[in-house]
Design a protein around this ligand. Structure first.
Ligand code: MF3
Ligand code: CO
Length: 244
């Protein structure tokens, strides 16, 4: 899973570096596909319930599961990039949200809060704690910042399949829910909106948008819960250690 995670990290790094006004979301998909092919891995997403691309790209009010296509990013947009890779049957899954050129203060704060919410969720993924502790860590922080946490989509167990039990909500009550045991692997993926938390799916049957059209951001990591603390399996190689 670390090998898969390293490939996911490289896919996201390469996509992030390519984001600029004029680049299409399909261009990002091709960059991610090149990485995955070169590294001899397989996309977790392509063909999943018929999903037609290597990655998901979700722009502005799109929360998750946007399909790459001819849409060109423009200055001031934000784009969520979600990638998954399979190595020897084992999955890694991670996402980032990237500003396109200069963005509004509101957009950059949304991105910063969502990334920090993920960091806090990871820090709460301690053996002996419960899934409610992770959800509460994310929710408490996001709501204190005046933003909302999406409830209709959640994180998940991950391993031989991209989506396994248990569900990992980004909201919850401390000391409630499944207890975290050594060896558990989960993807934590807060989706945070500037406006309300209601969601809607577009006619393409994939793209999830905010019902009120407000901006949304998404960050995700795959982690391994160990007695020494959470290990971020989708951290880039260049980050040195992978301990949270
Ligand atoms: N990374 C997404 C998740 O965690 C999966 C993308 S959905 C797919 O749920 F259909 F594109 F695979
Ligand atoms: Co996921």
């Amino acid at each position: 899973m670390r090998e898969a995670g390293l490939i996911v990290a490289e896919m996201l790094d390469r996509c992030r570096a390519a984001v600029r006004p004029g680049v299409s979301t399909k261009d990002l998909d091709l960059i991610a596909a090149e990485v995955i092919t070169r590294r001899g891995a397989v996309s977790s997403f392509y063909g999943y319930y018929g999903y037609p691309a290597t990655i998901c790209t979700s722009v502005n009010d799109e929360i998750v599961h946007g399909i790459p296509g001819p849409r060109r990013l423009k200055e001031g947009d934000i784009v969520g990039i979600d990638a998954g890779a399979i190595v020897d049957g084992w999955h890694g899954d991670a996402a980032i949200t990237v500003p396109v050129g200069r963005v509004s203060k509101e957009a950059s704060r949304l991105i910063a809060v969502t990334e920090e919410a993920l960091r806090r969720g990871i820090a709460a993924a301690v053996v002996g704690s419960r899934l409610g502790d992770i959800g509460a860590a994310v929710q408490t922080y996001v709501e204190a910042e005046g933003l909302t946490v999406v409830r209709n989509y959640v994180g998940h167990g991950i391993g031989r399949a991209m989506h396994e039990e248990p569900q990992v909500p980004n909201y919850g009550v401390p000391e409630r829910g499944l207890q975290i045991k050594e060896g558990l692997c989960i993807a934590i993926e807060p989706m945070v909106n500037v406006g309300g938390l209601a969601t809607r799916v577009l006619d393409d049957h994939w793209t999830v948008v905010t019902a009120d059209g407000s901006l949304s951001a998404h960050f995700e990591h795959t982690l391994w819960c160990t007695a020494e603390g959470p290990v971020v399996l989708t951290a880039p190689a260049t980050q040195g250690g992978i301990r949270a």
